[in-house]
Design a protein around this ligand. Structure first.
Ligand code: HEM
Length: 124
């Protein structure tokens, strides 16, 4: 029997579980010296809500991210591969802190990783 389409969503504890990780993740992004400069003016509640919709959708949950496409959302930011990797590390810290099972952490990262093509736009 194949895994349910929303197995990853369930492993994350549904939308509330995803939101809890994002509420941990966004303040970490604003605190980590590698990512903080990008988020000085950010509305953290808005970002956590938008990320929740997006990760919920990526996990196969009943959500539809309605925000700007990733290329447009990041085009003025000069994001390098190193910046992207730093954000992934901070996300790993948040997932770990919220007790997301390791396999479910990696499955989510695998779904987000291809977005680097639309987000990394600088080699500085
Ligand atoms: C897979 C990786 C990433 C995902 C899924 C992601 C997702 C998002 C989403 C959903 C938004 C909200 C767009 C909106 O509603 O306007 C956003 C905004 C933003 N992202 Fe990313 N992002 C990623 C990587 C990065 C990286 C690597 C950086 C910089 C280190 C970054 C910096 C920002 C900033 C500064 C904003 C704007 C926040 C604001 O409204 O002030 N993102 N991102």
């Amino acid at each position: 029997q194949p895994p349910a389409a929303d197995a990853l969503y369930q492993a994350w504890g549904g939308k509330a579980g995803i939101r809890a990780v994002m509420d941990d993740f966004v303040p970490r992004l604003a605190a980590d010296p590698r990512t903080a400069p990008f988020f000085v003016k950010t509305d953290r509640q808005h970002l956590a809500a938008q990320l929740t919709e997006q990760l919920c959708q990526q996990a196969g949950g009943p959500c539809a991210y309605q925000g700007p496409p990733m290329k447009l959302a990041h085009e003025d930011l000069e994001i390098t591969r190193g910046d992207f990797n730093a954000l992934v590390e901070v996300l790993q810290q948040a997932m770990q802190a919220r007790g997301i099972p390791f396999a479910a952490q990696n499955a989510m990262l695998a779904r987000l990783a291809p977005m680097h093509r639309d987000i990394v736009n600088s080699s500085r």
